[in-house]
Each structure stands twice: as structure tokens, then as C-alpha cells.
Design a protein around this ligand. Structure first.
Ligand code: BF8
Length: 675
């Protein structure tokens, strides 16, 4: 075609920064990227539409006769649903297979992370590495009994503490066996309330070994195996429990043993934590094994001196995604942003190295890094990138500090290679992070009571209406952080205390909700009073996504403290993942549902194309586990579904009247001009 007759090239469609995110730093950086003609996920989201059939969960590509697509008829199913794939697979079978394959993916990701932690702990116990130690021996002693490991010895009729190294070795060997043992069931199931264990037993969903449950999903969903959505979901539930009460919980515990159990600390959040005159290193991904060492290396005098030699004032470490949460909660290292801000950290022009491990890492980081001086370093043998500008430095826990120093040195050497144009948004927010089962007990229960008594008391007397877990990702198909923040604000406004993890926790930090001062501004009167009295934020940051296991254990502690029923499903509590995108979120959602929690997802759920299967998740599961799925894209309606469930549970417990009294007290006080 002659040049003259060619249609003029269309300008690429770009994201509207104001529509893409509620966060000003993010909006500024999207604009900056567009000025520099660097494409980001926000632009791709407006140019590429998601597949409508895949979204409904009814595309089967599990064999080469397909993909078979079973779209819903325009006017819905009239009479019998006759849709089927070439083999005869129904919409229910296809949607259930797809759904539990997501659970397998999510459970595998969390649990393989946990396995890496357990293997490193075994190296520590065997004294094969000096870089890691046991930082929290008390936690090791506390978890040892669940592994059948004695913590005391009898010597001459006297009971003495057993040697900590012996305990470590026995726990490490027992923990590793949880992935592949033949027979029995997961040891940590014992930590759940007894009625819940009985439900699992009755349903036949107690996980045996972590790997086995994931493999069995892959087998059952192979062409021509399990073709009953109820039976498929039984395995989905079992594998999810192997994640929540298995791989994730073991990962969290052993990380605490090696790196320290978090306790509240102050930090900041958002891209504004990066410093123009410092070497900026961003760690991104999920496993804290390497990032723990990078924290230590970047604080070493040797590296600080080297940075000064190269003209920098210091080394600023920041995190993205759950690696950020891991080093935030133990060291106060500030997160530079959530999942959707990963490209933007490089676009500042001030990121001297981005170090990634596993999960939630965009391949497009390599393309963005090409436009700047940034060294993009992959570190995990299972997570490399094909682009030639990516450097792979394989991390070996036996040489952990050596590897970490090599990476930090590479970032320092790169400081002088920066281009002239640096733009770091000014925005950052103060936050208090580092909560956990133990610190909630300390702050709300007091060491004297040694339990969750005060928390329960405040729930029973109605000052705290209920507990919500708000967790999970960002999703470029929805406005960045919008649903997280609207839902959390609506919950705390209605006196529901929020426990948060993952990118939701980072979003809450960026919005200033993780400060005690947020209570006076955003909370209902009852929750504000409790937060102000004990000096905690109304939204408690419990860590990374494997740390959702902390929420399971916190809920169990609430049950144990008494007065709120016998099981997690009795509690005035609900779960939420407002902007989910990852398979891990589906695994987490299912283990919350299977543990008795009403769990609402935002955006959409990939089950709309199979209405019968959807009803099974959204209705029938409650009869089986006490928890069920739900989905609501509108953030305010989403929060009110959770609140309605909390109120339903309060009424069932007979504590709904107490709350009315508290509200009357408040009205009385307002009438008296005391508020
Ligand atoms: O594991 S919340 S985007 S970073 S998947 Fe990923 Fe989702 Fe963030 Fe943490 Ni969890």
C-alpha cells in the first residue's frame, strides 16, 4: 500500500489516571509514564478486554478436543441446562474444575513458599548456615507440641527445658514431612476449634499431606475423571485447608521463629519513601528469605560506607507486594506500594535495583527497566524472565549474606548511572504495622488475662460490632485501591474492627488508616472508644498473604476466650477480598469459607456461567462449613453485606441488644453535649 493511502496511525489508548487509581502518587506516576511513552498495566487494561466466556468460568481447555466454550444463553437458562462440551462435561463440571485448579495454583504458591521456609529452617537446625538463626525461641517452644515434639526433659526426677537446638531439629523434620507424608492428616488441624475439626471430619475434607491435595486436584480435573461439581469442590476445600492450616501457617510460624515474631512498629507507605540522594533498592515478591538478608546487608557499615564512596547519602530499602509486608512487619522497612505500583517504582528513575523473587511480578518490569538504568534482578531458580536485560543472581540460603551483599553492591554501583530525570512523588503516609495473634492478645487482652478476653468483652458489650478480615490484591480491571478503602472505611464507621494483610494492608497504610489517629476520624463511636483507650489503629496490619493464617488463629483465640459461640462460624465476623486477582486469593477465600467464614469477593467471580455451581458456593456451603462465598462489586453494598452477616451472628448469639444499649448511651452522651 502506498504511504499516502495508509490510514493515519491511531494513537494508542491510554488510561485516565484519575479513573485508574484513587492514589495521588499513582496518578502522578501514570501521567509521568504516559509522558515518557512507557506503557504500564493501567494502559494495557484499557486496550485489552478480558474474555467474557473465561470470566464466567465456562471455558474448558483441559483436553485437545477443546477449548469448549459454554456461554450462557442471552435470556438465561430456560428449563433444562443442556450445554455441554465435546465429552459431555456440563457447565457445572467445567466451572468447578476451573475453580479448583485456581485453588491448586494458589495453594501451591503459598505452600511452596512455606516449603522453602521449612527447608531453610532445617538448614538452620542442622547448623548448615550461619546467616540465619533462631530469633524467637519462645515461639519455637510454643509450636513444638503441635509437631509432637517435647519441650522439656526429665533429668534426675526434675523437669528441665529441652535444648533448643534439639527442639529445632525435631520440629524442622516434622514440618518438612507435612508436604509429603504417607497417611495421617495435617498436624496443625488440631489448632482449630474442636467443632470445626468435627465438621471437616464429617465432610471428609481433612487434608492428608500438602502436596498430595494439590496433585489430587490436577488428577481429578484431568479430562474424564471427576465429573461431579460437589465432589470436585470437596477436594477444593481439602486443598485450600492444606494451604491455610498447612503450608501458609507453617511458613508464617517458621518465619517468625527465624526472623522474629512481629510486634507493632512505626513506618511509612507509598512511592514517596524513595529518596533521590540515596541508593534505592526495591524488593518485590513474597519470600522473606533473601529480603531479610538484604535488610541486614543494606544496614551493614561496609555497604553504607560503600554507598557514601559512590556519592549516595545512604541506602533506602523499600518493598512491593508481600515481600514488602514481610520486612515491614519485622524491620519497619516501608512499602513503596501495592501490586499495581510495581512498574511505577522503576518509572521514578530512582530505582537502582529491583530485586524480585516469586509471585505477583509483572514480566513487563523488564520492558520498563530497559527505559531506565534500573537493574532488574531475579533471584529464584523457579522464577526467571526471558528478556535479556534481566540479571539472574540465584539465591542460595547457605551463602545468604554473600548473595545479599553482591546484590546491594550492584545497586550501589548503579547509583551513578542514573539519568538526569528523576521524579519521585512526594506522597507517603505514616503507619503502624506489625500486628499478630500475640500482639493483639497483648494490646487487647493484656498479659495478665493471657487471652482475648477484652476483645471479646468489647464485642459482647457492642462497642465493637464485629471483626472483618479485608485482604488481597489489586486488579487493573478495577480502580486501584478504591474498593479496599471504601470497604474498610465503611466497616470501621460501623464499629467493625478490621484485620488486614497483603496489598489491602498496603493500601490501608497509604490511606492513613493504620494509625491510632484514624480511629477518631473514621470510626463509629464504639470502635473509636476502644482504639483510643488501648492506643491501637482500627485497622490492624497482620502481614503478608501467608499471614492470613494469623487471622485463622486470631479467630480461634476469640472462640477460645469464650462468650461468642463454640466455632469460628459462630463469630460476628466476615471476610473480604475487594480487588482480588490471583489464584492465591481463591485458595484463601475457600479456606476461610471452609473454616466457617462468610467471605465476599469484589470485582467478579468466575462462576457466573454455571448458576447451579454458583448456588452451591454461595448458598449450600454454609450448611456444610458454616461459611459461604459471595460477590459484590459495589464497595458500600459489599461492606453492608458483611455488616448484615455480622448482625445476624450477633442476633444468634443474643448480643444484639447490648449493641443497641451502647448506641443509646452514645446518643445520651451526645444529647448531654459530651461528644
Ligand atoms: O500474596 S495481595 S497482589 S502481593 S496475591 Fe499478590 Fe494479591 Fe498482593 Fe501478596 Ni497476595
Amino acid at each position: 500500500m502506498a504511504e499516502a493511502t495508509k490510514a493515519p496511525a491511531k494513537a494508542p489508548k491510554l488510561a485516565d489516571p484519575m479513573e485508574a487509581s484513587i492514589d495521588v502518587a499513582t496518578q502522578e506516576m501514570i501521567r509521568r509514564a504516559q509522558q515518557l511513552q512507557i506503557e504500564t498495566v493501567f494502559d494495557r487494561a484499557v486496550t485489552m478486554k478480558p474474555c467474557a466466556i473465561g470470566m464466567q468460568g465456562i471455558c474448558c481447555k483441559n483436553c485437545a478436543m477443546g477449548p469448549c466454550r459454554l456461554p450462557l444463553p442471552k435470556d438465561g437458562i430456560q428449563g433444562e441446562d443442556t450445554r455441554k462440551g465435546l465429552c459431555g462435561a456440563t457447565a457445572n463440571t467445567i466451572a468447578a474444575r476451573n475453580f479448583i485448579r485456581m485453588i491448586a495454583g494458589g495453594a501451591a504458591a503459598h505452600s511452596d513458599h512455606g516449603r522453602g521456609v521449612a527447608e531453610t529452617f532445617l538448614s538452620v537446625a542442622r547448623k548448615e548456615t550461619e546467616d540465619y538463626t533462631i530469633k524467637d525461641p519462645a515461639k519455637l517452644r510454643a509450636i513444638a507440641p503441635y509437631y509432637g515434639v517435647e519441650t522439656t526433659v526429665e533429668v534426675d526426677g526434675e523437669t528441665l527445658d529441652r535444648d533448643i537446638d534439639e527442639i529445632a531439629l525435631a520440629v524442622a523434620e516434622s514440618a518438612i514431612a507435612e508436604w509429603g507424608k504417607n497417611g495421617g492428616e495435617l498436624l496443625y488441624l488440631e489448632r482449630a476449634p474442636k467443632p470445626l475439626q468435627e465438621k471437616w471430619e464429617a465432610m471428609g475434607v481433612k487434608p492428608r499431606a500438602i502436596d498430595r491435595e494439590i496433585v489430587e486436584i490436577m488428577h481429578r480435573t484431568h479430562m474424564g475423571v471427576d465429573q461431579d461439581y460437589k465432589n470436585l469442590m470437596k477436594q477444593g476445600a481439602r486443598a485450600s485447608l492444606a494451604d491455610g492450616w498447612g503450608g501458609s501457617m507453617i511458613g508464617t510460624d517458621l518465619q517468625d521463629v527465624m526472623f522474629g515474631t512481629p510486634s507493632p512498629l512505626q513506618s511509612e507507605a507509598n512511592l514517596g519513601i524513595m529518596k533521590e540522594d540515596h541508593v534505592n533498592i526495591i524488593v518485590h515478591g513474597h519470600e522473606p528469605l533473601l529480603s531479610e538478608m538484604i535488610v541486614a546487608a543494606s544496614q551493614s557499615q561496609e555497604m553504607l560506607d560503600y554507598a557514601k564512596e559512590k556519592g549516595a547519602k545512604g541506602i533506602q530499602l523499600g518493598g512491593i507486594c508481600c515481600t514488602a509486608n514481610e520486612i515491614l512487619q519485622r524491620h519497619g522497612v516501608p512499602p513503596a506500594g501495592t501490586y499495581l505500583q510495581q512498574e511505577l517504582a522503576i518509572i521514578t528513575g530512582a530505582c537502582d535495583a529491583m530485586v524480585v523473587d516469586v509471585q505477583c511480578v509483572f514480566q513487563n518490569l523488564a520492558n520498563v527497566a530497559k527505559c531506565f538504568h534500573t537493574k532488574l534482578i531475579t533471584t529464584h531458580p523457579i522464577a526467571k524472565m526471558e528478556q535479556e536485560n534481566v540479571i539472574h543472581i540465584e539465591f542460595d540460603e547457605h551463602y545468604a549474606m554473600q548473595d545479599a551483599k553482591r546484590i546491594v553492591k550492584m545497586a550501589i554501583d548503579n547509583f551513578q548511572e542514573r539519568g538526569a530525570e528523576i521524579m519521585i512523588p512526594r506522597h507517603k503516609t505514616k503507619q503502624i504495622a506489625g500486628f499478630g495473634v500475640e500482639s493483639i492478645q497483648y494490646h487487647l487482652g493484656g498479659t495478665f488475662r493471657g487471652d482475648y478476653y477484652t476483645l471479646n468483652d468489647n464485642i459482647i458489650n457492642g462497642r465493637i460490632r464485629g471483626i472483618a478480615g479485608v485482604v488481597g490484591c489489586n486488579n487493573a480491571r478495577t480502580k486501584h485501591n478504591d474498593a479496599h478503602i471504601k470497604i474498610i472505611k465503611e466497616l470501621i464507621k460501623n464499629d467493625v474492627i478490621v484485620l488486614t494483610t497483603g496489598c489491602s494492608a498496603i493500601a490501608a497504610g497509604m490511606e492513613g488508616l493504620l494509625t491510632p489517629e484514624a480511629a477518631g476520624v473514621h470510626c463509629g463511636p464504639g470502635l473509636a472508644e476502644v482504639c483510643e483507650t488501648v492506643g491501637i489503629p482500627p485497622v490492624l496490619h497482620l502481614g503478608s498473604c501467608v499471614d492470613n493464617s494469623r487471622i485463622l488463629l486470631a479467630a480461634t483465640e476469640v472462640v477460645k476466650a469464650g462468650g461468642l459461640g463454640d466455632d469460628i462460624s459462630d463469630l460476628p465476623a466476615a471476610g473480604s477480598a475487594p480487588e482480588w486477582m490471583s489464584e492465591k486469593a481463591i485458595s484463601i477465600g475457600q479456606y476461610f469459607v471452609s473454616s466457617g467464614v462468610y467471605t465476599v469477593f469484589g470485582y467478579h467471580m468466575p462462576v457466573e456461567g454455571a448458576p447451579v455451581f454458583k448456588d452451591y458456593l454461595y448458598k449450600d456451603m454454609e450448611k456444610m462449613y458454616g461459611g459461604k462465598w459471595d460477590c459484590e462489586a459495589d464497595p458500600i453494598k459489599h461492606a453492608h453485606k458483611m455488616i448484615a452477616h455480622i448482625d445476624k451472628k450477633r442476633a444468634a448469639l443474643g448480643i444484639d441488644k447490648a449493641r443497641e444499649r451502647v448506641l443509646m448511651d452514645m446518643a445520651d452522651r451526645q444529647a448531654l453535649g459530651m461528644e
